[in-house]
Design a protein around this ligand. Structure first.
Ligand code: 5GP
Ligand code: ZN
Length: 119
């Protein structure tokens, strides 16, 4: 049995297959799952395997990750047919930013007109 902080983390547990999720993609570095409570007709979460609690905890060795995430987001948006009409990629940081799961993740939302500023 594992006793570490990460084993308590929802997205680490999903990554380990301990909690089921509808997975669209996994390259061993990042994985993509459908959001359980979609805020748009198409709503997936792009999640690095590495447990980083929040955006502001990205370290000097992690700087390639956001590029990979955005590149994968663009590919998914294209493959799902949302590239032309548009989509949104967003990361919430800490409670004030709307973060509820403290393992870094990026929302990819599409399929409806997004409003600005977000609430
Ligand atoms: P945050 O609020 O941290 O920016 O985003 C967390 C997201 O994770 C929310 O959109 C929420 O609906 C989603 N979520 C929470 N629990 C689960 C779960 O067990 N499975 C999946 N697939 N998504 C989840
Ligand atoms: Zn985690």
């Amino acid at each position: 049995m594992k006793f570490c902080v990460m084993s308590q983390c929802l997205f680490c547990r999903i990554a380990a297959g301990e909690i089921p999720a509808e997975k669209l993609y996994d390259d061993g570095e990042i994985f993509v799952i459908k959001d359980i409570n979609p805020a748009a007709p198409f709503h997936v979460l792009i999640i690095p395997h590495k447990h980083i609690a929040r955006l502001s905890d990205l370290g000097a060795g992690d700087l390639e990750l956001p590029g990979r995430v955005y590149s994968q987001a663009a590919k998914i948006a294209h493959d799902e047919g949302f590239a032309d009409e548009g989509y949104r990629v967003v990361a919430n940081c800490n409670e004030g930013g709307g973060q509820t799961v403290f393992h870094i993740h990026f929302h990819l939302l599409a399929g409806r007109k997004m409003t600005w500023p977000p609430g």
